[in-house]
Write a protein that binds this ligand. Structure first.
Ligand code: UTP
Length: 290
């Protein structure tokens, strides 16, 4: 069965980015000229997904508004003859069919995904975290969907991280399955204590999941940090069905973290059509003064 829907959880509190995120969702913080969440929605659209399900919470309405039609703004732009700008806003509100569901308490990523179960239904679906950016020539979601068409099972996107950083991630232990960049999952552990795993394959914010994950999430008890962890449910699912870890091509940025956010701004600014060259010269000037 084809993957038609993408769940994008955006209900987290964003505490790592306070005070910036006290009143503004972290997913709405700007990377060069658009909010983080728009890059993610554009990746999903470019990969052929038909519907997005935002898992939201109180204070996140700016995200829904960003992808909605704004009559007043449209009217003013037309009056001022700002046609191109009007078209761009039109494009954003027509990108894709979007529905929202509320996570009433921030009980963790696993719980956020479980909240979308009635809208997803009994079909495989994609999950893209609302603060995880992947810069790549071929959209990361597209790369994963290509693999899904071959294997027809759950897939987690992974990247290799230095051994002293594995404790910050969900880590996959897998075996090579012959296909380039692809491993069959054997074991998974959320934020392993140093020295407890030999693997450097860290899970990042892109998944393709079989609908059975909802049963696993229903019976998952709070894990690390008192939250319902997706990794725990993934581990349970991987024991029932095959699961794959895919080393995507591209660079991932954790835009929900201050340093990751700064790295993302630099990467996207350097490749920006209008500003890229100018910014490169500026960065060289800055570097010369350091
Ligand atoms: P994070 O752990 O990065 O989000 O979750 P957070 O909890 O907002 O971050 P900090 O640690 O407090 O800064 C990854 C994604 O999952 C969503 C977040 O919005 C983010 O996009 N999430 C997390 C939920 O939707 N609900 C939750 O209960 C937790």
């Amino acid at each position: 069965m084809d993957v038609r829907k993408a769940v994008i959880p955006v209900a987290g509190l964003g505490t790592r980015f306070l005070p910036a995120t006290k009143a503004i969702p972290k997913e709405m913080l700007t990377i060069v000229d658009r909010p983080t969440i728009q890059y993610i929605v554009e990746e999903v659209v470019a990969s052929g997904i038909e519907q997005i399900i935002f898992v939201t919470s109180e204070g996140k309405s700016a995200i829904e508004n960003h992808f909605d039609y704004n009559y007043e703004l449209d009217h003013v732009l037309k009056e001022k003859n700002k046609i191109l700008l009007g078209k761009e806003l039109d494009m954003i509100s027509n990108l894709i069919d979007i529905v929202s569901v509320r996570q009433k308490k921030p009980l963790g990523l696993g719980h956020a995904i479980w909240t979308a179960r009635h809208i997803v239904g009994q079909e495989p679906f994609m999950v893209c975290l609302g603060d995880d950016l992947v810069y790549s020539d071929v959209p990361c979601a597209w790369q994963m969907l290509e693999l899904y068409r071959e294997v027809g099972e759950s897939i987690v996107a992974v990247q290799r991280v230095p051994p002293d950083q594995t404790y910050q991630y969900g880590i996959v232990e897998g075996i090579d399955n012959g296909r380039e960049r692809t491993h069959q999952v054997k074991r998974m552990v959320e934020k392993p204590a140093p020295g407890t795993t030999d693997s450097d394959l860290a899970i990042i914010g892109r998944y393709i999941l079989m609908p059975e994950i909802f049963d696993m999430l229903s019976s998952t008890t709070p894990g690390h940090g008192g939250e319902i962890q997706l990794t725990d449910a993934l581990l349970a699912l991987s024991k029932k069905r095959k699961m794959y870890a895919y080393e995507f091509e591209g660079t991932r940025f954790d835009a929900g973290d201050k340093f990751g956010y700064l790295q993302a701004i630099i990467a996207y600014a350097l490749r920006h059509d209008e500003l890229g060259e100018l910014f490169k010269v500026h960065l060289k000037d800055v570097a010369a003064t350091l």
